[in-house]
Design a protein around this ligand. Structure first.
Ligand SMILES: Nc1ncnc2c1ncn2[C@@H]1O[C@H](COP(=O)(O)OP(=O)(O)OP(=O)(O)O)[C@@H](O)[C@H]1O
Length: 260
């Protein structure tokens, strides 16, 4: 089932055409990566889906509803969650407290007294932490965690809003290679099991080629290639303008891993 569809998205900043006629569709349970060199228009495209930017042209449809140009809060209410390059958490709170705050916000209960908050949504927060493998660390201050674990908690925070679509902006930025692989495997397992669509941007080609179901390649605001990791890897234009040597190696590693 098509969960998200972008049709002809276009955005101009002065003389720069940051996105030109960008169209794609994403199914429930699918991981779609947007890759491309710096300045290709990845964030612009992402922000037009999430509501942070209004497109100059084109349409965004979520599960059949036109969400083009809606503010981020409204887009979020309709089921679009988001994680950021730099994890956004309350450092002075515990792991559990961070997820409880996310649930309190999702249920529109932020006016309740802070004293009550520690008892609210405790079980639901623990269940969310369990989904990302962090229940055992619920009582720790978040500031004590390794960065990879903070990113897992951030994923639980995004899941607290019960999203149908997750937008992940460079989910593995700042992480060590082993942590990256395990976070991406977790995201992919959750997406498949729960039918959540994931749209992500990523500079780490290992993460992309191992975990994306499909890949869009943007260069100077335009999609120059799209397809499965295999198809994108084999595309001579992608090799020439973007992947070069390192991307080809990453794709070969991912293929070996997938085929044992
Ligand atoms: N708010 C803005 N004002 C002016 N120009 C912008 C703005 N946002 C993006 N641009 C320009 O639009 C183009 C696309 O930028 P965008 O940030 O979408 O690329 P990107 O693919 O996400 O790059 P990176 O990989 O470096 O994050 C670039 O030329 C950028 O300079």
């Amino acid at each position: 089932m098509t969960l998200l569809s972008a049709d002809g998205l276009t955005k101009r900043f002065g003389g720069v055409l940051a996105a030109k006629d960008v169209s794609f569709a994403l199914n429930a349970g699918e991981m779609l990566a947007i890759i491309g060199p710096n300045g290709a228009g990845k964030s612009t495209t992402f922000n037009m889906v999430g509501g942070q930017l209004k497109p100059d042209g084109g349409r965004v449809t979520l599960a059949g509803h036109d969400i083009t140009g809606m503010p981020p809060r409204e887009v979020c209410r309709l089921g679009v969650g988001r994680t950021f390059q730099v994890a956004q958490t309350f450092l002075s709170f515990s792991v559990l407290g961070n997820v409880q705050m996310a649930l309190i916000a999702h249920h529109g209960q932020t006016r309740r007294l802070l004293a009550e908050a520690s008892a609210m949504h405790r079980e639901a927060a623990l269940a969310l932490l369990d989904r990302v493998g962090m229940a055992a660390q619920a009582g720790r201050p978040i500031g004590e965690l390794a960065y990879g674990d903070v990113k897992r908690v951030e994923l639980a925070i995004a899941l607290a809003a019960a999203p149908r679509l997750l937008l992940m902006d460079e989910p593995t930025a700042g992480m060590a290679p082993a942590e990256r692989a395990s976070l991406m495997a977790l995201v992919s397992a959750i997406a498949q099991r729960e039918g959540i669509g994931v749209l992500f941007t990523e500079h780490d080609m290992d993460a992309v080629f191992a975990h994306a179901d499909r890949i869009l390649v943007l260069v100077r605001g335009e999609i120059i290639a799209r397809g499965t990791p295999e198809e994108v890897r084999a595309d001579p234009e992608v090799q020439r303008v973007y992947l070069g040597h390192s991307g080809t190696r990453a794709a070969a590693r991912a293929r070996r891993a997938a085929h044992g």
